[in-house]
Ligand binder design. Structure first.
Ligand SMILES: [Zn+2]
Length: 147
């Protein structure tokens, strides 16, 4: 089960990252579900998590840890476009939520370590670029309507 403090940190970080695009990020609701039959370490298992929410908005399932024994890198988050759900590992870093929302809004990976869409975890302060913010802003407006 996710630590509520960790969840607050992830959402607070995403709120700062997306405020630069003029949008707020907030938690609409939290549901605790029995997922004991789901193995979140497998892609199929994570897809099973995706069927759990039906409210409007962007769904985030927290499960895990998603760490795969003996395999690197560990999975910290995953965007499942077909299901429209972000899956976060309970040991995700505070930048993982912003990174996965970036994927949900159409961004691809970047090489620059200072960019939030780098799949690296080394840099403490990473941001979206101005071009990325503009692109996500358009995607949000298309999906959720005008601000
Ligand atoms: Zn990624």
């Amino acid at each position: 089960m996710v630590d509520p403090d960790a969840l607050s940190e992830w959402v607070a970080k995403a709120a700062v990252d997306f405020a630069r695009a003029g949008f707020s990020i907030e938690v609409a609701s939290i549901q605790y579900v029995d997922a004991s039959s789901i193995d979140a370490r497998t892609r199929r298992g994570r897809q099973g998590l995706a069927r759990l929410g039906d409210e409007d908005g962007l769904h985030v399932a927290v499960a895990g840890p998603l760490r795969r024994p003996k395999r690197r890198p560990p999975i910290r988050g995953s965007w499942l476009p077909k299901q429209g759900v972000i899956v976060l590992s309970t040991d995700a870093s505070e930048r993982t939520l912003s990174h996965e929302i970036g994927h949900a809004l159409g961004l691809s990976h970047e090489r620059a370590e200072q960019n939030l869409m780098c799949s690296c975890e080394r840099v403490a302060h990473a941001e979206f670029s101005a071009v990325q913010l503009e692109s996500m802003s358009e995607a949000i407006t298309r999906r959720f309507g005008a601000r």
